[in-house]
Design a protein around this ligand. Structure first.
Ligand SMILES: [Fe+2]
Ligand SMILES: [Fe+2]
Length: 134
């Protein structure tokens, strides 16, 4: 069984966002497989990819929120920024070999992802769907 099972329950009906969420889950699954293996090069590479992925994903959501004049843009963006900065800080330490990927870290990312999806992403994508975006 995978670390994250991304199911139809997580689908928000905005194609590009759904795809990006699925990709984030896949990246986390790949990282989970490296746990305890001492493959630090791979770990660094995957966290770097994850960081890039989240940047693109957050930019996508933020662009759609702006385009649709979504009323809760600022608070949603703040959630993205807080999370992104946390992962970015972690990556810098990982690069310097001052940190390692742990199950605790992966669990905290997973929890953030599901909570954010449930609370924030559901709200804006519902708004996009109502505006006829897809
Ligand atoms: Fe979001
Ligand atoms: Fe999202």
């Amino acid at each position: 069984m995978s670390f994250i099972d991304w199911t139809e329950n997580e689908r928000l009906n905005i194609g590009i966002i759904d795809e990006q969420h699925k990709d984030a889950a896949e990246l986390l699954n790949e990282l989970h497989e490296t746990l305890g293996s001492n493959r630090t090069f791979l770990e660094k590479n995957l966290v770097k990819r994850m960081l890039k992925h989240f940047r693109e994903h957050f930019d996508t959501e933020e662009r759609l929120m702006k385009e649709s004049k979504f009323p809760f843009f600022i608070s949603h963006k703040m959630e993205h920024d807080r999370f992104y900065n946390k992962i970015d800080t972690f990556y810098r330490k990982l690069e310097q070999d001052e940190e390692r990927v742990t199950l605790e870290l992966l669990n905290s990312i997973k929890t953030w992802l599901f909570n954010h999806l449930e609370i924030n992403d559901k709200k804006c994508t519902k708004f996009f769907v109502e505006k006829g975006m897809s």
